[in-house]
Design a protein around this ligand. Structure first.
Ligand code: SME
Length: 151
């Protein structure tokens, strides 16, 4: 199966999983589990904005840092800049926070509500250069299940 085919199936799974549920944490938990199981990433999870920090949310994979300051690491930078970051080699990213020595590349997608970042999806791969525009496109569509106007 190609990456696109996997993502298309994943999108249907996630839409079905979240359609009848309005609780954001429950949906984050199932979304993280569905992505992780289907795509085989090293770490898949959410950070939520709490004051001036990101706090660890639902995730799958090894234990992770619980709090990240705004502007720190890949996650804190994506929050500060309000945009998706794809890092092909985390060792080349100034200030990268190494939660796991196995993480080689990373994608972080901020979730916005009323123009403000309220959470992020963070995915780590054990391979360098694992993420591209295909991942960004499908993951962004998938995250729309969390930010439908009626949610
Ligand atoms: N590497 C991230 C920290 C979170 S963990 O990868 C789960 C960063 O630099 O922000």
């Amino acid at each position: 199966m190609t990456k696109e085919e996997k993502y298309r199936e994943l999108l249907q799974e996630v839409e079905a999983l979240t359609a009848a549920e309005t609780d954001e944490i429950a949906n984050m938990a199932n979304i993280a589990a569905a992505i992780h199981a289907k795509m085989g990433f090293h770490w898949t999870g959410f950070y939520r904005v709490a004051g001036d920090e990101l706090v660890l949310g639902p995730f799958q994979g090894p234990v992770a840092c619980t709090r990240i300051r705004r502007g720190r690491g890949v996650c804190g930078t994506a929050w500060k800049e309000g945009r998706t970051l794809i890092v092909p080699d985390v060792e080349q990213f100034p200030g990268h926070i190494a939660c796991s020595a196995f993480s080689k590349s990373e994608i972080v997608i901020p979730l916005l509500r009323k123009g403000a970042v309220f959470a992020e999806l963070d995915i780590d791969s054990a391979e360098t250069d694992a993420f591209d525009a295909v991942d960004e496109t499908y993951l962004t569509r998938l995250l729309a299940t969390l930010t439908y106007p009626n949610r």
